[in-house]
Design a protein. Structure first.
Length: 454
């Protein structure tokens, strides 16, 4: 007899549970919860982007999407939850904390509201979250949830914005953890200077851990690695060394994250959006003597300075625009690529994109989350259903309803065991190799066989 796949077993279990709870008015809430969870299995995976304030969440989101979709400079919006979904036409739907009905806006309209925030205070304070619909192919597979940020040190401007929105730093942490807990998978962002202690990183992750984080559904992202330059000639390689050390020396992180991946979101987005004018500026910089270029790139302040008496240096406004897109490391690599003989703008953009690490991160997200999408979504749904069952069991319910709950607990419990076994197989593959895979398979699966298409 051919064994059924986990996907088929899950479908049968949900159909049975929906049928069992359909006729009980006292279990109407559970019935609805099971239906919602069943529906979730057929929807795009929800991936939350989580990290401290100023960890580079918005820049990374834009880099993953390959275009500027996420507001990066409007704090009144970045302190909200922004939920990115696929839509044929770009649009925003603003949801409010009160009973006020949702309103459709354009990003330009929202930015205009924030530019006159005092007169629009009532509107901005009431925002709970924003749905962003955009025709980006990645969003057909993943819903990306840009969270406000975990509690951290705030600049004076940020604190003023929080005061204006009637929010406290701990409110942002609570909202972020709540949204991450509702997500199927999580990208944890953090940035670390070369001098930052590992203990600080551990406290950042472990202290703010989201309850459903596991190595199956969580990836750590070491952001802003371009800041390691020029102390480190290869920032990505330096980032990989930090990530490897953190994972090898700290079991807490291995229990939380599948891996830690270094990336420069700023350079990733800048490479994708590089204009012909930006390339012309790079070509002018490439023509400078190396010593003059080194002096120019010692700091952002020096790079942006006006040099009206030196006509061979590009105009300040053009240099500032280039720096905002690529950062000093990206400017250096762009110059090196042009001096190395690259003349084609598309090839230049592609090479710069590789230096950001974003393409490999996209591949990792798609391969790790995408190939495990059903497994991860099923795990999230099972957790919610079993919690709901336990809550109902604590209520004063009839004997017939108690039997239904018991039966649901059993059938979903069996699926949960199979799902956990599958997760252990995947982790066994990562940590131990095929020998551990066979052991775990024999211990947990019994007669169950993994379907080749799952």
């Amino acid at each position: 007899m051919v064994e059924k796949s986990l996907r088929d077993r899950a479908e049968e279990t949900f159909e049975l549970a929906i049928k069992l709870t359909a006729d009980s008015s006292n279990l109407a809430g559970l019935h609805q919860k099971i239906q919602q969870c069943h529906q979730r299995l057929h929807e795009p995976m929800r991936v939350a982007v989580v990290g401290k304030i100023k960890a580079g969440k918005s820049s990374l989101m834009n880099a993953l999407l390959g275009e500027s979709v996420v507001a990066t400079g409007v704090e009144e919006l970045t302190f909200n939850v922004n939920w990115f979904k696929y839509g044929e036409t770009p649009s925003l739907v603003v949801h409010f904390k009160s009973d006020r009905p949702p309103e459709t806006k354009t990003l330009e309209e929202l930015e205009q509201l924030t530019s006159r925030r005092e007169e629009n205070r009532a509107f901005l304070v009431e925002i709970e979250y924003i749905e962003v619909f955009y025709p980006n192919p990645i969003l057909k597979t993943f819903n990306l949830i840009d969270t406000p940020g975990l509690d951290s040190a705030f600049s004076e401007d940020s604190r003023n914005t929080l005061d204006f929105l009637q929010l406290r730093p701990e409110d942002l942490t609570g909202v972020t953890q709540k949204e991450a807990s509702k997500a199927d998978a999580i990208l944890y962002l953090f940035n670390q200077s070369m001098a930052t202690s590992d203990q600080g990183v551990l406290e950042e992750f472990i202290g703010e851990k989201v309850e459903n984080s596991t190595p199956i559904n969580s990836i750590g992202i070491l952001t802003k690695v371009d800041n390691y330059w020029p102390d480190k000639s290869d920032p990505l390689d330096a980032g990989r060394a930090i990530a490897q050390r953190l994972l090898s020396e700290h079991s807490q992180l291995r229990n939380l994250l599948y891996t830690i991946f270094p990336v420069s979101g700023l350079l990733g987005l800048g490479a994708k959006t590089l204009s012909a004018e930006d390339v012309a500026t790079l070509e002018q910089l490439a023509a400078l003597p190396i010593e003059e270029f080194k002096r120019l790139t010692k700091s952002a302040t020096r790079f942006n300075k006006e040099y009206s008496d030196r006509p061979n240096i590009p105009a300040s406004i053009n240099r500032e625009q280039l720096l905002n897109k690529l950062g000093l490391y990206g400017v250096f690599q762009g110059r090196e690529l042009i001096r190395g003989g690259i003349k084609n703008n598309d090839e230049l953009k592609e090479k710069l994109l590789e230096f950001s690490g974003v393409p490999k991160l996209q591949d990792l997200v798609v391969s790790h989350f995408g190939n495990r999408a059903f497994l991860i979504k099923l795990n999230s749904s099972l957790r919610k259903i079993l919690i709901a069952c336990r809550q109902y069991q604590q209520k004063n319910i009839s004997e017939s309803d108690a039997k239904i709950l018991e039966q649901i607990g059993i059938i979903f419990g069996c699926i949960s065991i199979l799902n956990k076994a599958k997760k252990l197989l995947l982790l066994g593959n990562r940590e131990q190799g095929t020998g551990n895979r066979e052991y775990i398979g024999k211990k947990y699966f019994c007669k169950y066989e993994m379907h080749p298409n799952f």
